[in-house]
Every structure is written in C-alpha cells, then in structure tokens.
Design a protein around this ligand. Sequence first.
Ligand SMILES: NC(=O)c1ccc[n+]([C@@H]2O[C@H](COP(=O)([O-])OP(=O)(O)OC[C@H]3O[C@@H](n4cnc5c(N)ncnc54)[C@H](OP(=O)(O)O)[C@@H]3O)[C@@H](O)[C@H]2O)c1
Length: 250
Amino acid sequence: MTTILVTGATGGLGRPTVDLLRSAGHDVRALSRRAGDGRVVADLETGAGLEDAHTGVETVLHLATTRKSDAAQTRTLLDAARTAGVGHVVYISIVGVDRIPFAYYRDKAECERLVEESGIPFTILRATQFHGFVADVFLATRRLPMMLTLPVSDQPIAVEEVARRLVELAEGAPAGRVDDIGGPEILTLDELAAQWQRAHGTHKRVWRVSIPGKTMAAFRAGHHLAGLPGYGTETFAQYAERRARGTNEA
Ligand SMILES: NC(=O)c1ccc[n+]([C@@H]2O[C@H](COP(=O)([O-])OP(=O)(O)OC[C@H]3O[C@@H](n4cnc5c(N)ncnc54)[C@H](OP(=O)(O)O)[C@@H]3O)[C@@H](O)[C@H]2O)c1
C-alpha cells in the first residue's frame, strides 16, 4: 500500500483514477479546493493546505488543470512535494504539447519541463483527447441546427483506460517520459460526429469549418495522435452508445 496524493481528484480523469487506486488498496488523498468525503482541501493557486496534504505522501499523481495557468500551479505543487520528500511524481500530459503551438499545450509543455527539472523522480504520460472531451465539443453546439467539425482526425481514448495506465505507472518505479497512449481508432471529426449522431438518433447536417493558422496546421498534420495500434480498446462509437443510454458503464 502506498500513500498517494492525487491532484485533480474530482475531475473527469481524477475520479476513475482515485476509484482504481482505492480498489487496489492504496491510501489515497484526493485533493480538491472543496471539502468532501475522502478529500484533502488545498489550493494549487495559493498553496494553501499543500503542506498538510503532503504529510506522509510517497507518490503524487498530478492531474489538476486550470486550462490557463497550469505551470504556476505545477511549480507550487512541486515545491511542496520536494519539501515533503515525495519519492515519485506522475504527471499527465497531452500528445503533441511540444509540437502544437496552442497556448494550453505550451503551458502543459512547460509543466513537463518543471517536472523533469524538479529533482523529484518522475513519470510523464501523454494521452490523446478523452472521449468525453470530443463529446463536450459536440455538446457545446447542441442547440445549433447543424453539427460543427474541423478538418482534422482524432484518436480519442476512454478516460478509464488512461486512469488504468496511470495507476500502473504510479505503482511502478519512476520511468521518465513513457510511451504516449491513445484510443483504438484514428477517425476524422466528421466520422466521430456521425457516430455521435447514430448513437443519439439525430440527423443534423455536419458543417466542417476551416480555421487558418499554425495551430490548426499542426492538428491537421496529426501531431496530437499517438499512432496505431492504440493502447485503449473502447471505441468512440461504444462510448457514444453508453452516453446515449445514460450510463457510465462500459
Ligand atoms: N480532457 C482531455 O481530453 C485530456 C487529454 C489528455 C490529457 N488531459 C489532461 O488530464 C488532466 C485532467 O483533465 P480533466 O479533463 O480530468 O480535468 P477536469 O475534469 O477539468 O478537472 C480539473 C481538476 O483540476 C482541479 N483544480 C483546478 N484548479 C485547481 C486549484 N487551483 N487547486 C487545486 N485543484 C484545482 C479541480 O479540482 P476542484 O475543482 O475539486 O478543486 C478538478 O479536479 C489535465 O492535466 C489535462 O490536461 C486531458
């Protein structure tokens, strides 16, 4: 049994990761800014609560994100982890953060650098987009009479499968940057939109929007893809069906 602090424990990736760690018998500190069952309260922006949260912690799984200022928060976390003598930091990143000039990705690449230079033994895993992220993009435009897509492909992966890999890495020795992981298929956003519509019984016209610029060119070039065969096994179509059934079960 290892004492593991999980940041981002209440998030889409954090929840299944905490569940898997607990069912494997680990002592899990689920970090959140809000109090709740089994949680430790701390704020990565102010540093409040971080010292107490690290007491006796052997491994930190850093999954929290603000989607705007992750580097500053990661620096604050690493300072606390170093002071507490943490032996292993596992960081979740995104495939292509060093090759796609997107502000959030630059921030994630800076987080990777901070982890690598922290002096704390580390493991960094990059994953492709989660199925839920692709679904959120489609849901964001659900009130429109058409579905909007981009002329790019994606390799979405089930968040539970990313969680499973993270648990395996947290239980192992620090491994540096490990192989990227992605889902079982690479499909165009048009194909993913069609699968989403099939699962939900909708028949909207799909409108592909072209956006100029280096960021979109990097996505079009596929720098965010992990390649096949993918690590994940659940397809986006299967995920869309379970969402349409209103169940979270695979
Ligand atoms: N979404 C994707 O497709 C994808 C793909 C690859 C990698 N990733 C990476 O996976 C990680 C998790 O993503 P996600 O989609 O699961 O995130 P999410 O659902 O948006 O959750 C964000 C988490 O960050 C925590 N957080 C935010 N600000 C905080 C602060 N100041 N102090 C402490 N905690 C704070 C939140 O905790 P509270 O609100 O409870 O405080 C929440 O648990 C991120 O690093 C992301 O970059 C995501």
